[in-house]
Ligand binder design. Structure first.
Ligand SMILES: [Fe+2]
Length: 267
């Protein structure tokens, strides 16, 4: 039997962003996810600015249409709506699609890939003080966090949660992202693993391979928490209990094979 999994980060809504290109592609992604045991997918189209939220009624219409199509196919998988907010100084959550399942509590936020904006720490802390919980999308892929992984610990200490991409753990986004992603899990600094699936073939909505990897390495309990328990609570707007986060070094220690490569290179 397939394990229970919930994907809180995906780009399955067609004609909305750089994700699914057609209704057909979207349905293919959803069918594949359903077949491997994903119970719920949160559709999180990119929202790039406050102005962009003006399109939310259109996004909601597409979401309702997609739900109908999924039902018509006889699929049991559930589709929930939210978005992936591109952090801006004026980001507000006063929009229906801003939080997961409109629960007014958990929201998915991304930073530019090459840096952490200066306003981000205070902005996210302000949300946390207001009982809103930022879920930072794929920090392990961000060059700013890769250079200063200690910031991840600080963000978590100040109320943010962290979502890792399954592809990072499988090495699809390079060694640095992979090393940081595992370090985050080991230091209780990872709270969700999601697909960030964009297309029907490459980078699709899939979690199963990564689920097995995490189960093998850390056990069923950790996998269940990262792939199902925490995502479910985030959708339902319930409190997520986090393990005591451990500080992360300012410089990531090189892995064994990196050190071997380093020695070889010097020979
Ligand atoms: Fe995304």
């Amino acid at each position: 039997m397939n394990p229970k999994m919930i994907d809180i980060h995906s780009h399955i809504l067609p004609y909305t962003d750089d994700g699914a290109e057609t209704w057909e592609n979207s349905l293919t992604m959803i069918k594949n996810a359903d077949a491997e045991g994903i119970r719920v997918i949160v559709a999180t189209p990119h929202v790039l600015s406050e102005h962009h939220f003006k399109e939310e009624e259109e996004i909601i219409k597409k979401y309702l249409k997609l739900k109908k199509k999924v039902k018509k196919e006889g699929l049991k998988i559930e589709i929930v709506l939210a978005c992936e907010i591109y952090a801006q100084p004026d980001t507000s959550l006063n929009h229906k699609i801003a939080t997961l399942n409109s629960n007014g509590k958990y929201f998915l936020i991304e930073f530019p890939m090459n840096s952490i904006p200066k306003f981000a720490p205070e902005k996210l802390f302000d949300f946390a003080m207001d009982e809103k919980v930022p879920i930072v999308a794929h920090p392990e892929r961000n060059a700013g966090f890769q250079t200063r992984p200690d910031f991840i610990y600080e963000y978590v200490q100040r109320g943010s949660l962290m979502q890792i991409n399954q592809g990072s753990l499988l090495g699809r986004f390079g060694e640095r992202a992979k090393t940081l992603a595992f370090k985050m899990i080991e230091n209780n600094l990872a709270h969700f693993i999601a697909s960030d699936g964009h297309k029907k073939d490459t980078r699709t909505v899939t979690l199963i391979e990564c689920y097995h990897l995490i189960t093998e390495k850390y056990g069923k309990h950790i996998a269940h928490r990262l792939f199902y328990e925490n995502p479910l609570k985030a959708i339902q707007g319930e409190k997520i209990k986090t393990g005591e986060p451990l500080p992360i070094e300012r410089e990531l220690k090189k892995g064994f094979w990196d050190r071997v490569k380093g020695i070889r290179n010097r020979l």
